[in-house]
Design a binder for this molecule. Structure first.
Ligand code: SF4
Length: 225
């Protein structure tokens, strides 16, 4: 018992001070492309391939979330990051946002990153954001996976069961464009082929801080912590 308490004392306070400061990423981390020649579609990028020589280089910038699908096209290094919700919706969701997660056929990589956001390092709950079991108790959906044909009806029903107003968030390249499954006849190539999407968070999978950045951006909470 004393040993457990001693170990806990030695561990100290583990929650990162984000967003007051951004922790450094390991060298191998691949964030937002920079020095882009031509254009890059962030929604299709898997971030696992070497950048085609001269076309762009990966930076360590984790900020990738956008509000509109067309904003996923990165041209001349410009990115229109996600905008805050309108005042009325922000007042409703700003202090408490309950989300229902729908895995629509992905590889579980994105779900693992979403799970990690609940541990003490990221501590999603301190921002008033929480995952709930039922869409009827939710303010919005977080969708991962390319939406397989088998999951299409389940996604539609979950969307309909979520009360208005609601926010829909597509997390990961699969949920935005089909990701590595693009071209398959068994998928719908992204959540917005089935339900309207308000926030696109690219990555395969996105880093937890990329997801957190998107959520705090729409809630207009980035400068307030
Ligand atoms: S975007 Fe990548 S990590 Fe996420 S579900 Fe699809 S394949 Fe897996």
């Amino acid at each position: 018992m004393w040993q457990i308490l001693l170990n806990r004392f030695k561990q100290g306070y583990r929650t990162i001070p984000y967003p007051k400061s951004v922790p450094s990423f390991p060298k191998r981390y691949r964030g937002r492309p920079v020095d882009v020649k031509g254009e890059v579609n962030l929604g299709e990028l898997l971030f696992n391939e070497e950048a085609p020589k001269g076309d762009f280089t990966y930076s360590q910038d984790h900020r990738l979330a956008v509000s509109k699908k067309e904003d996923l096209i990165l041209k001349d290094n410009e990115i229109k990051l996600a905008r805050a919700l309108d005042e009325k919706t922000k007042r409703l969701f700003g202090r408490s946002l309950k989300l229902r997660q729908v895995c629509a056929g992905g590889c579980s990589g994105c779900e693992a990153e979403l799970q990690v956001m609940n541990i003490n390092v990221f501590d999603l709950g301190r921002f008033g954001i929480q995952f709930v079991a039922s869409p009827r108790h939710a303010d919005g959906l977080v969708i991962t996976g390319p939406v397989t044909k088998n999951m299409e009806l389940a996604l539609k029903k979950t969307y309909e069961a979520t009360p208005h107003p609601k926010i829909v968030i597509a997390v990961g390249s699969c949920a935005i464009s089909g990701g590595p499954f693009r071209g398959s006849s068994e998928i719908r190539h992204g959540a917005d082929q089935v339900v309207p999407v308000d926030l696109y968070i690219p990555g395969c999978p996105p880093h937890p801080l990329t997801i957190l950045d998107g959520l705090l951006r729409v809630l207009d909470k980035l400068d307030k912590h």
